[in-house]
Write a protein that binds this ligand. Structure first.
Ligand SMILES: [Zn+2]
Length: 414
C-alpha cells in the first residue's frame, strides 16, 4: 500500500472514470495524507513534512507535522490542519491533550473577513492581526457564540479564559467588553461604561459581585442596565452611570390603557429619575382589570392617610402583589380630576394614574408613596404645579429626597 500513490498532477486519459479514481484515492490514502493533498501537497502552503504520521499519546489520534503547520486526525473529528499563531496557542495549552482536544475545522476565515479561527472539540481559538490568538470555551464560548462571535460588539478575545482573582469565577476579556462566568451565575457579558464602572469598583470582588444578566435595554428606552448579584449598574446619556443598590417592585393594574405616554415610557422616565437616587424600578407584573364602575375613581381630597370607599375597593385588587410591593392602577380619570393620586389604604401601598397623565406622573406619585412631598419648583419631580409643567426634563431629585426614598420600607436592598 505504501507504494501506491496517485500523483494529482497526472494527466488522465479521457476515458478514465474520475470518480473511480477518486474512490480509490479515498480508500487507499490515510486521512491525513488526503487532507495534505487537498491543501496542495508538496507544493501547498504546508510545505514538506517534517515527521511521519505518528500516533498521539492517547493511542487513537494521529498527526503529521510539516514545515508550516500540522494535520491532526481523530476518528470522531476527521483530519484538520492547524498552523501559525493558532497552532502556537493550541501547543501552549497542551495540544490535543488539553481541554481543547482535537481540531474540528481547518483554520477558517471569520465572517467579518478580518480574523481566523479553528474550532476544537472543547472550544475555539480566535486570531486577528491586532489581537493575536486566544482560546474561548465552555459557557463563555456559548455566550460569545450567541452574541455573534467576532461580529458582535465584543469583537475578538484579548485573553484566554482566566480564573478571576476571587478564585471562583472565570472570564475572557474581548476588544469590546468581557464575559464573566461563575458556577452560580452563569456567563454574562458586560461592556462599555457599565463595565468600566464595575471595573473601577473592583470587578467581581466589589460589593456588586458577578453579573447575572447581559446589558439590557431599560423599558424599551434609550437607557441600559446590567444586573449583578448585589445590585445593578444603570446608564443613560442624561443620568450617566449610576449604581442601584435598592429596588422598588411595581405591579401594573390597567383599567384604562394610557393614551399620552405608554406604560414603558412612564416606567423608563421613572427609572431615569430614580436611578439618581440609586433605586431600581422593577415591573413585577401587568394585569388588565375590567371594573367599569371604577374607571372614574372617586379619590376625595386625595389626602395621604384618607381614602374613599372606591379607593379601598380599587386597591383591593392585589393579584401577585407581595407585602413590600407597590401597585399602580391606570384609570380613565379621578374624581375630582388629577393626573394621579398617591393616597392609598393602609398596608396597600400604591397610586392611581390617569390615562392622560404626563411622562413623569408615575414617578411623582410613587415619590409620594415613598415619603416625599410637593415643592414649588418646576425643575423637580415633586413639583406641586403638575408634572406637565416640568421645565428641564428629566426632573431633579435632591439628595434629601433620595435618602428619604431609600429609607422607605418599600425600597429593598439588592
Ligand atoms: Zn403630587
Amino acid at each position: 500500500m505504501s507504494k501506491f500513490r496517485i500523483d494529482p498532477n497526472i494527466v488522465l486519459e479521457k476515458d478514465l472514470n474520475l470518480k473511480a479514481i477518486e474512490a480509490i484515492r479515498v480508500f487507499q490514502l490515510h486521512p491525513i495524507t488526503q487532507k495534505y493533498w487537498a491543501l496542495g501537497g508538496t507544493s501547498g502552503w504546508l510545505g514538506t513534512n517534517t515527521t511521519t504520521i505518528k500516533k498521539c499519546p492517547d493511542g487513537v489520534g494521529e498527526f503529521q507535522h510539516y514545515v508550516n503547520g500540522s494535520i491532526y486526525y481523530h476518528p470522531s473529528t476527521g483530519a484538520h490542519e492547524v498552523h501559525g499563531l493558532i497552532r502556537a496557542r493550541w501547543s501552549s495549552l497542551g495540544w490535543e491533550r488539553s481541554f481543547l482536544g482535537y481540531p474540528k475545522t481547518d483554520e477558517t476565515k471569520t465572517l467579518d473577513g478580518i480574523g481566523r479561527y479553528n474550532h476544537f472539540q472543547g472550544g475555539s481559538i480566535f486570531w486577528s492581526p491586532s489581537t493575536g490568538a486566544w482560546e474561548v470555551h465552555g459557557s463563555i464560548r456559548n455566550k460569545y457564540s450567541s452574541l455573534g462571535w467576532e461580529r458582535s460588539f465584543l469583537r475578538y478575545p484579548l485573553t484566554n479564559e482566566t480564573t478571576c482573582p476571587d478564585g471562583v469565577g472565570r472570564f475572557n476579556h474581548f476588544q469590546g467588553g468581557s464575559i464573566y462566568w461563575s458556577p452560580s451565575t452563569g456567563a454574562h457579558e458586560v461592556h462599555g461604561l457599565i463595565r468600566s464602572h464595575w471595573a473601577s469598583l473592583g470587578w467581581e470582588r466589589s460589593f456588586l459581585g458577578y453579573p447575572i444578566s447581559d446589558e439590557l435595554v431599560v423599558f424599551d428606552g434609550a437607557a441600559r442596565i446590567s444586573h449583578f448579584q448585589h445590585g445593578s449598574i444603570y446608564w443613560s446619556s442624561t443620568a450617566g452611570v449610576r449604581v442601584l443598590r435598592e429596588r422598588v417592585r411595581v405591579h401594573v393594574k390597567i383599567l384604562e390603557t394610557p393614551t399620552s405616554f405608554t406604560i414603558n415610557e412612564q416606567f423608563a422616565a421613572m427609572q431615569e429619575v430614580y436611578a439618581v437616587a440609586g433605586i431600581r424600578v422593577d415591573c413585577a407584573s401587568t394585569e388588565n382589570l375590567n371594573i367599569p364602575s371604577l374607571n372614574d375613581v372617586d379619590v376625595g381630597g386625595c389626602t395621604m392617610g384618607s381614602v374613599t370607599s372606591e379607593q379601598t375597593t380599587l386597591f383591593g385588587n392585589r393579584n401577585f402583589v407581595g407585602t413590600d410591593d407597590v401597585v399602580v392602577y391606570y384609570v380613565r380619570s379621578t374624581v375630582p380630576g388629577y393626573n394621579g393620586c398617591a393616597a392609598h389604604p393602609s398596608g396597600r401601598p400604591g397610586c392611581v394614574v390617569v390615562r392622560s397623565a404626563s411622562r413623569w406622573t408615575l414617578g411623582h406619585e410613587f415619590g409620594h408613596v415613598l415619603g416625599i412631598h410637593h415643592v414649588n419648583n418646576n425643575n423637580r419631580l415633586m413639583t406641586g404645579n403638575g408634572t406637565f409643567n416640568i421645565t428641564n426634563p428629566p426632573p431633579d431629585l435632591t439628595s434629601g429626597e433620595s435618602s428619604t426614598m431609600r429609607s422607605s420600607n418599600l425600597t429593598i436592598p439588592l
